[in-house]
Ligand binder design. Structure first.
Ligand SMILES: [Fe+2]
Ligand SMILES: [Zn+2]
Length: 441
């Protein structure tokens, strides 16, 4: 059955492996004196789960590897050589690369290639200098996804990060992303769970935090560190007698928006910590609400594809000018990643400047924007919270839109403290905790 994979190049290489190779599996193990820095299987989860069943050189530039769940990949030789994990090629303490791929021939081939350690590793001896590389099956699986040929349904879902979950009012109310501070303060597992919730839903609430003005910094530092902005390390959302710099510092309602679209990179993670909010049935208002931009954009793409593509392609200028600073930036309302999947949403009527686009695109833009905003304001999508003192809400500012209802500042006394953290810092913490053995749920 295996022979159907084997090309003439492969037969030649296999022949070399079997007949000309000076190494036997046993002697190769004995001669393998280098240490292998990050190929250590202990850094991967379920290390006993995945093993190679076959490793076959099949073309002049790649080898086919098959894992025990039938996942198959054609791994490129130059890529393999570039990613040798031995201590000569990769510094054992810093993990930084020492090897320079431009110093080997572009037609580099293995002199020998074989499974070792009962399929938990593949060993390669390179033909140009007889350098020996050993790759862990889990490392190759985690880093070589772009070489996968067939992806068993289970494997396709397996990722070190928990999957994002789209939500509407009904689904998030059924399963609210809420945790208690008591859990988080004393457990790394709970910290992992909190960050996972933020990543999966784009929003998560922690209840029962200390009602202290700069406590928000403590929470930010549990993830990474604060991203300082022109509003400082953190900012107070309170009613100012004369709000000069921002309408957030008034009692007006704030429509759905994302913050700081006028910056080169708008902040990824935002936190709001409630210190005071005495609204009640007789004095409503000042509620904080959220809408899942990921869900809205999926809906738009499915039901109004031309509006979706219009909002992905026409750049909008966002701007903010105060006495102290002047910012402007142009970007599409919907940003996609290199695979065409949702990446970011940028919405803020207060800071959206005059559209600068070809005149024939202006009507299509307003039409598409109208469809988007009507969907964003759909009551069935709103996750509305009457924040209580001690509640801390963290959300992905580039995915989830937020806003608040107006309130009567003569009757409702409201004080939130806000700050930002770079989203990639949060992902780094998520991945680091995952590396310690916490699994996504
Ligand atoms: Fe905001
Ligand atoms: Zn090496």
């Amino acid at each position: 059955m295996l022979t159907r994979f084997v090309s003439s190049t492969a037969r030649r290489l296999i022949g070399r492996c079997l007949l000309e190779n000076n190494y036997s599996v046993t002697t190769a193990r004995l001669q393998c004196k280098r240490t292998f820095a990050s190929s250590a299987a202990s850094t991967f989860h379920g290390k006993s789960q995945y093993r190679f069943t076959h490793v076959l050189p099949v073309t002049a530039s790649s080898t086919k590897v098959i894992w025990n769940d039938s996942l198959t990949a054609d791994i490129n030789y130059l890529w393999l050589r570039d990613n040798c994990q031995c201590s000569e090629c990769k510094h054992p303490h810093t993990g930084q690369k020492l090897f320079d791929i431009t110093r080997v021939p572009l037609d580099l081939q293995p002199q020998a290639i074989e499974m070792v350690d009962e399929g938990s590793h593949v060993r390669v001896v390179w033909d140009n200098d007889q350098h020996e590389s050993v790759y862990d099956s889990h490392w190759l699986r985690a880093n070589g996804r772009h070489f996968f040929i067939n992806i068993p349904s289970e494997s396709s879902k397996r990722n070190s990060r928990p999957q994002e979950i789209e939500w509407n009012q009904h689904s998030i109310t059924e399963n609210p992303p809420v945790m208690s501070y008591d859990e988080i303060k004393s457990s790394e597992v709970a910290l992992y769970k909190w960050i996972s919730l933020i990543h999966r839903y784009g929003v998560a609430i922690v209840k029962g935090t200390p009602i202290e003005k700069d406590f928000i910094l403590d929470m930010a530092e549990r993830i990474a560190y604060v991203k300082e902005t022109s509003y400082g390390k953190y900012f107070d959302v309170v009613v100012e007698p004369k709000p000069n710099s921002h309408l957030a510092f008034s009692a007006r309602g704030l429509d759905h928006h994302t913050d700081m679209n006028y910056r080169e990179n708008s902040p990824g993670l935002q936190m709001l910590h409630c210190l005071k909010n005495n609204h009640d049935v007789s004095n409503p208002g000042g509620r904080t609400f959220f809408v899942d931009g990921l869900h809205v954009v999926s809906w738009l793409k499915k039901h109004h594809p031309s509006a979706f593509y219009t909002l992905c392609s026409i750049e909008v200028k966002f701007e903010l000018t105060t006495e102290s600073f002047t910012y402007n930036q142009t970007k599409p309302i919907i940003c996609l990643d290199k695979d065409g999947n949702f990446s970011e949403i940028h919405v803020n009527n207060r800071t959206m400047g005059p559209i600068q686009a070809p005149k024939e695109t202006i009507n299509p833009f307003y039409s598409a924007y109208n469809i988007l905003m009507r969907k964003i304001r759909d009551p069935e999508l709103q996750y509305s919270l009457g924040l209580q003192p001690g509640d801390l809400v963290a959300f992905n500012n580039r995915r989830v839109l937020h806003g608040r209802s107006a309130f009567n500042s003569d009757r409702v006394s409201r004080h939130l403290v806000g700050c930002y953290v770079d989203y990639d810092e949060m992902l780094s913490k998520l991945d680091t905790l995952y590396g310690k053995g916490f699994f996504p749920k």
